[in-house]
Design a protein around this ligand. Sequence first.
Ligand code: PAF
Length: 289
Amino acid sequence: MQTITTAAALTAAIQEAKQAHKTIGLVPTMGALHDGHLSLVNRARKENDIVVVSVFVNPIQFNNKEDLAKYPRTVEADCEKLAAAGADFAFVPTVEEMYPEPVTTVYHFGPIEEVMEGPRRPGHFSGVAVVVRRLFDLAQPDRAYFGEKDFQQIAIIRNLLEQIKYPIELVPCPIVRADDGLALSSRNMRLSPEARAVAPTIYATLQQAVEMSEYEDVETVQLWVMDTLSSFHEVNPLKEGLCFEPEYFEIVDDTTLQPITDWSDTPGIVGCIAVWLDGVRLIDVIRFR
Ligand code: PAF
């Protein structure tokens, strides 16, 4: 595997691959790689001649400076994992290399960005779109791989591709979970051992919500998930001060991302949650239908 740090070197490598009529798979990441990312790399490896993985903590998608500062950075370990997974190129640019000019582009996505993460993280999805488009321009992939844990992000990228009309196949990949059910996330490494031990409660609660959806209405299930998590510390012995603080749990149409009111509203339904635990914001998704 070759580690590339400049846009010029990536462009040259891609040109060579294109001349040889090779297909290119791109896996955009912010590093701190775990098995969830590696599942994307493995899938890309199976489906393309050349696999490019970007490792770049994109400052313009963080609306919270502290979150950006605390974002784990483990580039050396990341490159070792990528080499072992069979990636061809790790693209690890600096901020100056990615953004030689100040970024002025703003993307709008309409209703799909007006729910869940959108209003809570102003500018986040536009920042994601700017970096993803730049990566598309540099890597010119045939396919791009994104994890379904960031369910709303996938809808945003799909919309971006419609806006910019690039013939890139978007490949959504299933969430990878720890044995105890916790969705893998780079943020999990910031949890204290006590918090990590109770974090699987999030997925367990979502699974119970799916069972409940067989006999309860949408609003009841939605409120039950919020209540169960926010009162968890009252009914379970947790370390002093440790508690779940759910920010939202939305039950939505899997394409429009708009909240549904009845299970018969639409055939594809998912539940998306954001929960604070131990100062860490965790998200997860479950399919209802
Ligand atoms: O999902 C992520 O890790 C990031 O949002 C992405 C797609 C790599 C863009 O920075």
